[in-house]
Design a protein around this ligand. Sequence first.
Ligand code: FE2
Ligand code: FE2
Length: 181
Amino acid sequence: MTAIDLGRPVQGDVVELILEDHRRFEDLMRTMRDATADRDAARRAFSELHVAHALAEEELVYPKLRRKRAIGEHEEEHGHEEHAEGNEALLALLELSGTDTQAYDDALEKLAELINHHLTEEELTILNPAREEVGDQVRAELGAAFAERRNELLDQGCGSEAQVRKIVEEARGEGLLDDED
Ligand SMILES: [Fe+2]
Ligand SMILES: [Fe+2]
């Protein structure tokens, strides 16, 4: 079993670092669809990256963009909800024992639908304001902080099935999974 390299960038424009991860999500989803690939390794790598990336965004990126008035409460809250929905669909995929079943294909399709939606919406409504309303210096500082937190979470191992289940339960407790918004 070979671990998939998720990269450990240490600096860069936060917008570019986030986009690099979004491309990794897309590549990993493509691998998860490939019947000849190690789909289980891709599924586990996706889980680690999704948890680390989303938490680093929630802890550092969204709050900073709000303080800079690039995004509002609605964008931040909606981002949290979509991360929670992604984690819920991810958990359903992680809970399946096999990767060569109809249940796996269905769970992956659901996950891909939510993730593709979130990546699109985040790039349109959060990264565009960051590009247009936040200066290079702040984007670089935020990039370094985002990368450090993301890498720390990856190095800890943050995306096991049990950890994702706990995150989903917490999100449900916070009402993030209550309604369609
Ligand atoms: Fe993102
Ligand atoms: Fe996100």
